[in-house]
Design a protein around this ligand. Structure first.
Ligand SMILES: [Fe+2]
Length: 285
């Protein structure tokens, strides 16, 4: 295809980062089934990142796609494939999003343009995309993919709902199982999250407190842009959620994003994270 056509992508939200990644998701509107695609043929030859086309994005799209970019940067930074190159992009993306996403959301609610904030968010989403195109993602996306597909929750919101659980899960000092290809001799994801916290100006008297303050800041950002705290808020039919939970767990375990996660999840751990996220429990799995 590269010889016959030049593949140009123009993102209309900030964002998925698809304009700079070999990943795409297509939804069959008749069946509701989502097909995640991963192939370097999907890697655009050129990305045109123009905040003009994102300027009047509605509040729901602004917050869902903005928090998706947060999840990309968090997962790329914690990934076992992370490098100095992806770290720089992920950190700068997070700093930018924490500063400018609330402004974009407010402008969207007021139906007003916010040229500077929208441009910053457009850049941040693409930087986060460059980070995860190279470092890949983790189990937050594995679980979000299935949560979104089973219960028709927007992708970014599904990530937001799993975010705290996965951060707590990854930050554990003694996991039951290490990740598949660890490049380190002991789990260090708590330290990695603390590096993110430091870059965001979030401190604490020790690493655990700094990590808790990072989680608090993420929760506050989500609430600030109108995202509700639990899966139950989006899936009130508890019986239906529980009835299909095991299928969702199995599919999440098999998702291609699981492989880069710093801690290898067992199926029962994925199930516990889903349940904690459903009921809003803050426990660590
Ligand atoms: Fe995503």
């Amino acid at each position: 295809m590269g010889e016959k056509a030049y593949f140009v992508c123009v993102p209309t939200s900030a964002g998925t980062g698809s304009e700079v990644t070999p990943f795409a998701v297509i939804t069959d509107e008749q069946t509701g089934v989502k097909y995640p695609l991963a192939d370097y043929e999907l890697m655009p030859d050129m990305a045109i990142v123009d905040a003009d086309v994102q300027m009047m994005a509605p509040p729901g799209l602004t917050s869902a796609s903005g928090i998706d970019a947060v999840s990309h940067a968090l997962e790329a930074y914690a990934s076992m494939m992370a490098t100095d190159y992806t770290d720089g992009l992920a950190i700068r993306a997070l700093q930018t999003i924490f500063e400018f996403l609330p402004q974009c959301y407010d402008a969207a609610v007021a139906k007003k343009a916010a040229p500077k904030a929208r441009e910053k968010m457009a850049n941040a989403a693409t930087m986060a995309g460059m980070a995860f195109a190279n470092a890949f993602l983790g189990v937050m996306h594995s679980m979000a993919h299935k949560l979104g597909a089973f219960h028709h929750i927007p992708h970014g919101i599904a990530n937001a709902l799993m975010m705290e659980q996965v951060l707590r899960f990854n930050a554990v000092a003694v996991p039951r199982k290490m990740g598949t290809f660890p490049q380190y001799d002991h789990p260090h994801t708590l330290e990695r999250y603390c590096e993110i916290a430091t870059a965001l100006g979030i401190s604490g008297k020790d690493k655990n407190e700094q990590f808790e303050n990072l989680i608090k800041a993420i929760r506050e950002l989500q609430a600030r842009i109108g995202i509700k705290p639990t899966i139950k808020d989006y899936v009130p039919d508890e019986a239906d959620f529980l009835a299909r939970l095991d299928d969702m767990v199995e599919q999440a375990f098999d998702d291609q994003c699981t492989g880069a996660n710093p801690r290898y999840p067992l199926m029962r751990e994925i199930k516990e994270m889903y349940l904690n996220a459903y009921y809003g429990k803050r426990e660590t799995v």
